[in-house]
Design a protein around this ligand. Structure first.
Ligand code: PMP
Length: 318
């Protein structure tokens, strides 16, 4: 066994606890949706799982060792997760980011000891991915490639999905609902639930916008829900998940639902509001007694400087 030398020192990452799966309803008359609270992970998102799974596998197969460099192109949760796991495993991490991401993200990544390189001349996220690939080759670095690495979906198939099944004593799941960034979550969970004998239908939550979208790479997709950009993925396409049903959610509803969840004490980001709003629509279609599973992918902290918190910036007059 390729034992990690930091294992007995300060390394806790391989002892990650299961995150809670809880029934959430916005009001007593609303249906209860089973929500996986991924903001309980160490770096506050579901991406902690893929970071740990992919780097552990790379470690076991001797693709990386203490001191190796890891490079990824991501503007959000994946870079933060990789920065934390690299800090735990004694690896150097470089995050390649498009310009204009919120300052919170850069601060979190740098505080975990990682480097941030902005890609000023990159043509959106695709430009960043191309640049990351070049840099990884030049520096002989490990490149996790979340948008195409099958280990991303395998993480949710073998880990997140199994964890959810173990938390559902009766093992019945009628639907699983998620937005698609890389597609790793919905592909992995669908596989896990199918294997466990559930007849669950996958629903893809698509954030739509009525705003001008000239600078958005997928023109019908809203930029207001960070992390949910289906068109970047090489893992997900409709042919791979033919049974999936798409469900459109206006971005305004997703943001409003996120604020309502926060007000109820769920410190979540916009994609959780998107997933929850879509789950309510699915509950309407399938009936109140349907068991619907969704994920709250990340916490609210990286969004403090965004419009999500605008209503809370001024305190109301007493
Ligand atoms: N929500 C957030 C905040 C994300 O960062 C992502 C992934 N980029 C998703 C949802 C979508 O998850 P997946 O990549 O597994 O499709």
């Amino acid at each position: 066994m390729n034992q990690h030398p930091l294992l007995d020192h300060h390394r806790y990452i391989d002892k990650m606890f299961p995150t809670p799966l809880v029934g959430v309803s916005l009001s007593p008359s609303d249906p209860s949706i089973l929500c996986k609270l991924e903001f309980f992970n160490p770096a506050r998102s579901i991406k902690d799982r893929i970071a740990r799974y992919i780097l552990e596998k790379a470690w076991r197969t001797r693709k990386i060792k203490v001191g190796s460099t890891v490079i990824e192109a991501s503007s959000g949760s994946t870079s933060i997760a990789l920065a934390l796991v690299c800090a735990q495993m004694g690896l150097k991490f470089i995050a390649i980011m498009p310009e204009g991401v919120s300052q919170e993200r850069e601060l979190i990544i740098r505080s975990f000891g990682a480097e941030v390189i902005y890609c000023p001349h990159c043509d959106g996220m695709q430009g960043c991915l191309d640049f990351a690939e070049q840099e990884a080759r030049k520096r002989n670095a490990f490149y996790p490639r979340q948008f195409e690495n099958p280990d991303n979906a395998e993480t949710h198939h073998l880990w997140t999905g199994q964890e959810i099944i173990s938390q559902l004593p009766e093992g019945v799941i009628d639907a699983v609902v998620s937005g698609v960034g890389t597609g790793g979550t919905i592909i992995g969970l669908t596989r896990a639930f199918k294997e466990a004998g559930c007849k669950s239908i996958p629903y893809i939550a698509i954030p739509t916008t009525s705003h001008a979208v000239g600078d958005v790479e997928c023109s019908s997709f809203s930029k207001r829900i960070p992390g949910v950009v289906e068109c970047m993925s090489k893992l997900y396409d409709k042919k791979k998940l033919p049974e999936a049903i798409e469900i459109s959610i206006p971005d305004t509803l997703a943001i409003e639902t996120t604020r309502r969840l926060i007000a109820l004490g769920f410190p979540v980001g916009p994609s959780s509001g998107l997933n929850y709003a879509a789950s309510l629509l699915v509950a309407k279609q399938l009936g109140k007694n349907a068991q619907i599973v969704t994920v709250f992918p990340d916490g609210m902290e990286k969004y403090f400087s965004t419009e999500l918190f605008d209503p809370f910036r001024t305190s109301p007059a007493l």
